[in-house]
Ligand binder design. Sequence first.
Ligand SMILES: [Zn+2]
Length: 221
Amino acid sequence: MFDCHRHLTSSPAREDALYCSYKKNEWNQSAPFFSLGYLALEETIDIHSLLCDMEEKIASNPQVSIGEVGIDRRIPHMDVQIKIFQEILHLAVQYQRTLTLHVVRETGGAIDLLKNQKQLPPLVIWHGFTGSIETAKELRKLGVEISLRPQVTRTKLVHHLEELNQLGFILETDWSGENDNGYEEVLNNHVKTMRELSNNEYIEEKCDDIRSILKDLQTNR
Ligand SMILES: [Zn+2]
């Protein structure tokens, strides 16, 4: 099954996952489905040069996606985060790339930013979603894909998975270990648990559809 969000490890990159990054020093990595992202973890950054570097990488690599990017209340300097998020969102629209979002405790703000866009990227994945059904409805209305990771079972959303299934969701491991030891087991358990809790037999097909969309976007560029 296609894993809709994970990170590279020392193990070889697989074909059945979207690999995301969030630091500039990860941008030279590669995978069949690789995504360039940035989260403003550093105190001081030169936003202009960051965005120029990212644009150059994206423009010269038609295969690459964008993400994870977003807003995280746990990280200081919200103004910098919002500015970077907006600019990268524009790059994703301009270059027609898939965009993976990382949002922590700033759901309303992130949704407003998405709503204020004239146009959204061709595919937007909200990774690690743990919000309410109401929020999920709003996101689905915007065409955003809702991706659930294994930790969702520890949140209130676990009681609403059948309802969420009516709206549609996809799965991810958000795997970021040293290597891939134990990866398959985590992925398989996640699929099994989510299939049972949401009463959805077709969840794997739904995730494989994301691979097809990514593939189409890559070949049609
Ligand atoms: Zn991640």
